[in-house]
Design a protein around this ligand. Structure first.
Ligand code: ADP
Ligand code: MG
Length: 276
C-alpha cells in the first residue's frame, strides 16, 4: 500500500538576530493513497509549513516523512527534485499563472518542462477535467478568479501527481466559486490524495473525508486516524532523470522572447550595446 506517513515531525525557523520560531512540534499522522484530507487550523499554526515540507519545498529538523515506503531523510537533491516534479502537484491561494499567456500554454509549460511525450493529450485531458475545454486559447488575464484557479488546478494535475497539495485554494474566491473548486478537488480525490490546508471548518467538515486539526504546531484532533506498522525506508528504484535538457530550456526561453517582440528587440539592443 502506498501512503504518506509523518512521524514526530519538527520544524523550527531560525534566523540570525531573530528568536527561533517553532512551526511544527512533533506532528504525526498517516494518510491513505487517495481521498480528500483537510489540515485545519488558525493562521500561524503551521499548515503551510507542513504542506511545504510534504512537497519538498522546505526541509525539516526532526522526525521523518515516509512517502511510498521511502524516508525523505534519505532523499538526495535529485530525489527531492523528482518528488517535486513528478509526485506532487501544488495549488496555492494566489494562482501564480502567467497572465499574458493562454490557458493552454500555462498548463502546457508544466509538461514541457518535463519533456513529456504526448504532452498535448495530457493538457487537453487536464483542461477537460477542470471543465475548461473551450478556454484553451483564452489569455489568463481574461478569466474570472474561479476560472484562473481551475487553470491552476489543471496545471497541477497535468503531470498526474499522486498527491495534490492545496494551500488555502479558495481563500481568494467568493463562497459559491469556492464551492465549485472544492467539488472539483473532491472529484480529483477519487483517485489521488488531495491535501487541503484551510481555516474554513465548515468546508472541511462538508468536503473532507478526514479532518486533521493543528494548533500551535501540534495535532489536536484527527477525525479518522490510520494505524500502520512501522515502515523500513527502501531505496529508490526508478532512476529517470528529471533535469531539463539544455536544448529544451533554450527553446522554451526563445519562445518566451518571440511571443514578446518588444522584449526581444530590447534584449537585442542591450546585447549589442554590451558587446560594443
Ligand atoms: P499557517 O499556514 O498555518 O498560517 P505557517 O506554516 O505559515 O502557518 O507558519 C507557522 C509559524 O511559522 C508562524 O508562527 C509563522 O510566523 C512562522 N513562519 C512561517 N514561515 C516563516 C519563515 N520563513 N521564517 C520565520 N518564521 C516563519
Ligand atoms: Mg498558510
Amino acid at each position: 500500500m502506498k501512503y504518506v506517513s509523518i512521524r514526530e515531525l519538527n520544524k523550527t525557523y531560525r534566523a540570525k538576530g531573530c528568536a527561533d520560531v517553532p512551526a511544527l512540534k512533533g506532528v504525526s499522522f498517516t494518510l491513505p493513497e487517495k481521498g480528500m484530507v483537510f489540515i485545519l487550523g488558525k493562521s500561524g499554526c503551521g499548515k503551510s509549513t507542513l504542506l511545504n515540507v510534504l512537497g519538498g519545498l522546505d526541509n525539516f529538523d526532526g522526525g521523518d516523512v515516509i512517502i511510498d515506503g521511502r524516508s525523505m531523510k534519505d532523499f538526495s537533491a535529485k530525489d527531492t527534485d523528482r518528488h517535486r516534479n513528478e509526485k506532487v502537484g501544488f495549488v496555492f491561494q494566489e494562482n501564480n499563472l502567467l497572465d499574458e499567456y493562454t490557458v493552454w500554454r500555462n498548463v502546457g509549460f508544466a509538461v514541457e518542462l518535463q519533456s513529456v511525450k504526448g504532452g498535448g493529450d495530457q493538457v487537453a485531458a487536464a483542461l477537460k477535467s477542470v471543465d475548461l475545454e473551450g478556454f484553451a486559447d483564452r489569455k489568463c488575464n481574461r478569466l474570472s478568479g474561479g476560472q484562473k484557479q481551475r487553470v491552476a488546478i489543471a496545471r497541477a494535475i497535468v503531470k498526474k501527481p499522486e498527491i495534490l497539495l492545496c494551500d488555502e485554494p479558495t481563500g481568494a474566491l467568493d463562497s459559491d466559486t469556492g464551492e465549485e473548486i472544492f467539488n472539483l478537488l473532491k472529484n480529483i480525490s477519487n483517485d489521488t490524495l488531495v491535501i487541503v490546508v484551510s481555516h474554513d471548518r465548515e468546508s472541511a467538515e462538508k468536503y473532507g473525508d478526514r479532518v486533521i486539526e493543528l494548533k500551535d504546531g501540534q495535532v489536536i484532533s484527527d477525525s479518522a486516524p490510520i494505524e500502520v506498522a512501522p515502515v523500513e525506508s527502501k531505496p529508490e528504484v526508478q532512476k529517470k532523470s528529471c533535469g531539463l535538457p539544455a536544448k529544451r530550456a533554450f527553446s522554451i526561453g526563445a519562445s518566451f522572447l518571440i511571443e514578446r517582440p518588444v522584449r526581444l528587440a530590447l534584449c537585442i539592443i542591450i546585447c549589442l550595446l554590451t558587446f560594443t
